[in-house]
Ligand binder design. Structure first.
Ligand code: ATP
Ligand code: MG
Length: 334
């Protein structure tokens, strides 16, 4: 049985990268009638310090973003991670399954910890184990994520395989990543070799779902590019990461392909391409922005939706974590 699971951290406002790499796909999976479980991973967010009031706001804003992007809390399960204790419980078991060497190879930890690794939280290091627990607590079979999460998903598969081997069971499924489409990795508007990220210190590097039309247009106008016109073929984008990024974004926003975009704009300079892209982005993101603003006027209603989602999530995850305890040999007698 197909069950999709994915999560987003409430670690700042949502970006165009989150929308194209995650939210848009999430609502498409839901619309295919597949069982979909979507989680606001607040426990992941606190692997780096979060101001408590800001975290609460970011959690509600993210919930509003999910709903505005088309995730329907009646058809999908939408909740915040910390309300379902199975995530943290299974993560502990996985802390004892995963090997230090595996985690040492994770490039996201190296990126996020920076030079000062000794000072990074233990949680940031163990983050992929919690992510594996998120997925396995639902026996999820498919995980739609952006390209940046590929390595973590491979680790989740390794953890599932090792758990099954260590205990001689066939309990945790080996998950399939769903990484496809033209914008699985949206890059920074300032540096085409860095991914667009909500935690990037430069606001000019990203388009936020809360940016108004002027801000979107201004950021696209100022986006780093080269002086060459757009090429006729995809090969012509090689060595031009910024140009490639804008073409990918255009393709994803217009439900086209990068080749299709080049067919339309080959030979044109960014002076003509950027304004068309800006209009497209505003047309696509404007309604989402407006719906988020509307939903955020009633935070209590958002909390209610998250609570209901958490109850439905718990009903799936509780029996799975109880079985995991039993497999490991932990007595449950109350
Ligand atoms: P942070 O900088 O705090 O890690 P983030 O923007 O990377 O924030 P996450 O919460 O880590 O966001 O990821 C949420 C989802 O968005 C994941 O599925 C991830 O693959 C996807 N995603 C994040 N950034 C991008 C991007 N630039 N392009 C495509 N998908 C992305
Ligand atoms: Mg991230």
């Amino acid at each position: 049985k197909t069950r999709v699971f994915s999560g987003i951290q409430p670690s700042g406002g949502l970006t165009l990268g989150n929308y194209l790499g995650a939210l848009k796909r999430f609502s498409e999976a839901q619309d295919q009638g597949i069982e979909t479980v979507y989680c606001i991973v607040d426990l992941h967010a606190i692997t780096v310090w979060q101001d408590p009031a800001t975290l609460r706001h970011a959690t509600r804003e993210l919930a509003a973003g999910f709903i505005a992007a088309g995730v329907d809390p009646a058809r999908s399960i939408l909740f915040n991670q910390s309300q379902v204790s199975a995530h943290a419980e299974l993560a502990w078991i996985f802390n004892c399954v995963a090997r230090m060497g595996w985690l040492n190879r994770m490039t996201q930890f190296k990126d996020k910890a920076g030079k000062n690794r000794e000072n990074a939280s233990v949680g940031l290091f163990a983050y992929p184990n919690l992510m594996a627990a998120d997925i396995m607590a639902y026996h999820a079979t498919h995980v739609p994520v952006g390209e940046d999460q590929k390595q973590h998903l491979e680790l989740a598969r390794d953890i599932a395989i090792k758990f099954n081997n260590d205990f001689g069971v066939n309990f945790f499924p080996v998950v399939e990543p769903m990484i496809e489409g033209p914008a699985t990795r949206v890059m920074s508007l300032r540096d085409g070799t860095k991914k667009m990220s909500k935690s990037d210190p430069s606001d000019q590097s990203r388009i936020n779902l809360t940016d108004d039309a002027d801000a979107i247009a201004q950021k696209i106008r100022k986006a780093k590019t080269d002086a060459e016109p757009l090429p006729t073929t995809l090969e012509g984008l090689e060595g031009r990461p910024e140009a490639r990024n804008l073409v990918n974004i255009f393709a994803a926003l217009s439900d086209s392909t990068p080749a299709g975009v080049l067919e339309e704009f080959a030979g044109q300079g960014f002076g003509t391409f950027k304004p068309v892209l800006a209009d497209l982005a505003v047309a696509r993101l404007g309604p989402i922005n407006a719906e988020m603003t509307r939903l955020l006027q009633d935070p209590a209603e958002i909390d209610r939706i998250l609570g209901q989602g958490a109850e439905r999530a718990d009903a799936i995850a509780r029996p799975i974590i109880e079985q995991a305890y039993d497999i490991v040999g932990l007595i449950r007698s109350r």
